[in-house]
Design a protein around this ligand. Structure first.
Ligand code: GLY
Length: 416
């Protein structure tokens, strides 16, 4: 009851500050209203150091950022675009433009695979919401840069320059991580706006290879798959950020569900819908998620009797903590899945449950705290010992996206 009164009050106050469209459901109105208020302050703070893109907080609770070359640099501009989409406030749009345009040099960046995240979350949203042609040209150049990492023998885009196995110190020179599926949207976009089929072709070959080698027969997933560039064969199926090579890293499974759905959206090839459904079903099997539907950082890390973690940090964090970012990514993906699947209600209910939990006291920050990030309790990489139980800018991005998607669906509209 108290929560309902607070919710109504927040909607009244926030709604007075900028017009919340009629029929916005309370879960969306309350939380996008709160998120926008946090972001506005975060944006003022961030402006003090305009070359540093907000990412997380330090031990003192202060916001810390990265340079533009980090894989997360596009999310803060993306968050501002989502807040603008909800509020239509000019000051937020100006901030979104400023932070987006600071990434312009990245269009020529080729040193890792994350250009899709960096450019599509920033410039992709900028183009979608403004229609400005200069953004389109930058996105096409970015797709060209990403495409340079494609290897026709392996039929994949190389993620990192190398990867050292946690389990046996073996060094691999062509690692591909499941996260990489998220970069394909940029390539599909480039084909649509240029008519050049090459980008789409690369995306399709990459998706096909991931479908073959990242997904286990039970529809859990490997994080890292490594290839031999001479033969195109698989040389290793490992983990970078999970508990062990045979466990399922929660964020990786979420990237897989979301990424394969993007491929289905663009191709209508039923195999991609089916794999996304089955990966989601695997997560939603009874006992896999805790009661609040926010996963532990690795689905196997807290199961008694599972093989020992491969790294002492992973062992130390056995059983904890949660990863709010995995829940946010999955909530957004499940909402899209609900629009394609015959089991739509199951996926929408699960997504709403995740969003309800993330919007509660346990995961949502108190106003003015948490470095002005919106969500608490995410995990960067436990094996690397970094970002253990902290806010992360990409958790906020997919949480905002999921709330906006829920808003569209609850009005009976389409997502795209
Ligand atoms: N794409 C990197 C991560 O999810 O940590």
């Amino acid at each position: 009851m108290k929560r309902i009164i607070i919710c109504t009050a927040v909607i009244a106050v926030v709604g007075a500050a900028f017009l919340i469209p009629e029929k916005t459901i309370p879960l969306v109105a309350e939380n996008l209203g709160f998120a926008t208020a946090q972001l506005k302050i975060q944006s003022q703070e961030a402006e003090k150091n305009p070359l540093s893109f907000p990412r997380t907080i330090n031990a003192k609770g202060e916001m810390i950022g990265t340079n533009m070359y980090d894989w997360t640099s596009g999310f803060f501009p993306g968050n501002l675009w989502y807040a603008y989409e909800f509020t239509r406030e000019e000051s937020i749009k100006k901030a979104a433009i400023r932070w987006t345009e600071r990434l312009e040099p990245l269009q020529y960046f080729t040193r890792h695979h994350d250009l899709g995240f960096m450019m599509y979350c920033s410039y992709g949203n900028a183009y979608r919401l403004t229609g400005d042609e200069k953004y389109k040209a930058i996105l096409v150049q970015s797709a060209k840069s990403l495409a340079t990492r494609f290897n026709p023998k392996v039929k994949s885009i190389k993620s990192w320059e190398g990867f050292r196995s946690w389990s046996d110190q073996k060094r691999y020179n062509f690692p591909v991580i499941i996260d990489n599926l998220m970069n394909l949207e940029l390539l599909f976009f480039a084909t649509k706006v240029t008519g050049d089929a090459n980008y789409r072709d690369i995306a399709l070959q990459h998706a096909e290879t991931s479908l073959k080698y990242h997904i286990r027969p039970d529809f859990s997933s490997y994080h890292v798959v490594c290839y031999d560039t001479a033969t195109g064969g698989v040389t290793g199926q490992e983990t970078g950020q999970g508990y062990s090579n045979n466990s399922t890293w929660s964020r990786g499974q979420a990237w897989g569900i979301y990424g394969f759905l993007t491929v289905y959206r663009e191709t209508k090839d039923m195999r991609y819908l089916q794999v996304a459904e089955k990966m989601a079903d695997w997560v939603l099997e009874p006992g896999r998620l805790p009661a609040d539907f926010v996963p532990y950082w690795d689905y196997n890390a807290y199961q008694e009797g599972f093989q020992p973690g491969i790294h002492s940090n992973a062992f130390l964090y056995r059983g904890m903590p949660r990863d709010a970012s995995a829940a946010a990514i999955m909530a957004s993906g499940l909402l899209e899945l609900s629009t394609y699947s015959t089991k739509g209600k199951k996926y929408r209910d699960a997504a709403e449950k995740m969003l309800q939990s993330l919007s509660g006291k346990a995961y949502q920050a108190d106003a003015g705290t948490n470095g002005h990030f919106i969500l608490k309790h995410s995990v960067g990489s436990i094996p690397h010992g970094v970002e253990l139980d902290v806010p992360l800018v990409y958790a906020d991005y997919y949480y905002l996206e999921a709330l906006l998607r829920l808003d569209k669906l609850s009005r009976g509209g389409s997502l795209f």
